[in-house]
Design a protein around this ligand. Structure first.
Ligand SMILES: C[S@@+](CC[C@H](N)C(=O)[O-])C[C@H]1O[C@@H](n2cnc3c(N)ncnc32)[C@H](O)[C@@H]1O
Length: 354
């Protein structure tokens, strides 16, 4: 077990007003990427070309049912068999502030009666996975303190489901990764990550231009994590950061030395995810998850951090062990089995209360 003493809250920080040394630039950059959790969530685009069209169709069918009191019993009856994959009492996206547009459905959109249980099941898994959340700054500082002893300098870091890019950018600033890559499915989040990256690099350039002594590529630099790097860390920051808009299951992570997954809403995806990672990752690579463990013989658990220690939720650190695995080794184990009657009572209260 790691004996690091972890921070329990963000320390107060003063805005950086002058760039006297490279550490001021790094601090200003870290400050600039906080607060993404409260970003405005636009609704999904409702066009026949949308990659989310099947998601929208089923969402519309569920929402239509939610909006009709006569349909509530049927809605609950359809949702009840899938509680193991549901996050929250009722799907967030079908509620008034959810991510489904308010526009009329497209011609041909089916009603809930025409949607199979299997489709509904997969819709609920995807819906849960699209929930957004970020670790706070002190949690990420704790996180990189915890993984650092297990990592060789350099290497490639990947965040599967990278949202607005906070973890990827923090990784590139905090440790000596040669490349940090974020993979995000939702277009608007990917776009926000890219906008944040542009702002980050503009600020880097302003900070470098303002230093009293120009930073040289070979000048030694001590990072806030204690790790020693050189001036290239900041001078080549842009080349070390990449954001990809794609489904994490379609992106190969073969070269990664650390895969970060904020898997708190990925419970039903954990088996598919572990199989993918066991197939692609080289022996020795690290994988970390939140809330849900990896239960797969291709991964050795190195550390478990209980909720309230490193982060508000549990964080697990694994090392990939053994030869490449082509056969899926893990079978579905959904770890979430709420009491169905208690769920129904909560759902009725929520629907009743609007
Ligand atoms: C809880 S957020 C975490 C964001 C970021 N990793 C962080 O910790 O700050 C999970 C992200 O995963 C994304 N996501 C869900 N399913 C995905 C998939 N199949 N492929 C890529 N991204 C996905 C969601 O859109 C969401 O932005």
């Amino acid at each position: 077990m790691n004996s690091t003493i972890f921070r329990t809250e963000n320390r107060p920080v003063a805005p950086v007003e002058r760039f006297r040394q490279p550490a001021d630039i790094i601090e200003a950059l870290l400050q600039s990427i906080q607060g993404g959790e409260s970003h405005a969530r636009p609704t999904l685009e409702l066009t026949p070309e949308s990659p989310f069209l099947p998601f929208l169709e089923i969402g519309y069918a569920l929402r239509a049912c939610l909006e009709k009191p006569a349909c509530h019993d049927y809605l609950l009856q359809r949702l009840r068999p899938h509680l193991s994959v549901m996050v929250g009492t009722l799907p967030a996206s079908i509620q008034p502030l959810g991510m489904l547009p308010k526009l009329a459905p497209l011609p041909g959109f089916r009603k809930l009666e025409q949607i199979s249980d299997d489709e509904l099941h997969h819709w609920l898994i995807q819906e849960g996975g699209l929930i957004y959340g970020e670790m706070q700054r002190f949690e990420l500082e704790n996180y990189f303190d915890a993984v650092r002893p297990h990592l060789a300098p350099g290497g490639i870091m990947v965040d599967l489901g990278s949202g607005l890019g906070k973890v990827v950018m923090t990784a590139a600033l905090t440790l000596s990764f040669s490349r940090c890559i974020g993979v995000e499915l939702m277009n608007y989040r990917h776009r926000l990550a890219q906008e944040r990256l542009v702002r980050l690099l503009t600020l880097t350039r302003q900070g470098l231009d303002a230093l009293p002594t120009p930073l040289k590529p070979d000048t030694p630099l001590r990072l806030p994590s204690g790790q020693m790097v050189n001036g290239r860390h900041l001078l080549e920051l842009g080349a070390r950061l990449v954001f990809i808009e794609n489904d994490m299951f379609k992106v190969d992570v073969r070269g990664a030395s650390l895969v970060f997954v904020y898997s708190t809403c990925f419970g039903p995806l954990m088996d598919a995810l572990s199989n993918k990672l066991a197939r692609e990752l080289p022996e020795g690579a690290l994988v970390t998850t939140t809330t849900y463990p990896i239960q797969h013989p291709g991964f050795q658990l190195l550390e478990t951090h209980a909720p309230g220690t490193l982060s508000w939720t549990s964080v697990m650190i694994y090392r990939r062990v053994g030869p490449p695995m082509t056969e899926p080794a893990s079978t579905a184990r959904y770890l979430h089995h709420p009491d169905a009657d208690a769920w129904e009572a909560r759902a009725r209260a929520e629907i009743g209360g609007g």
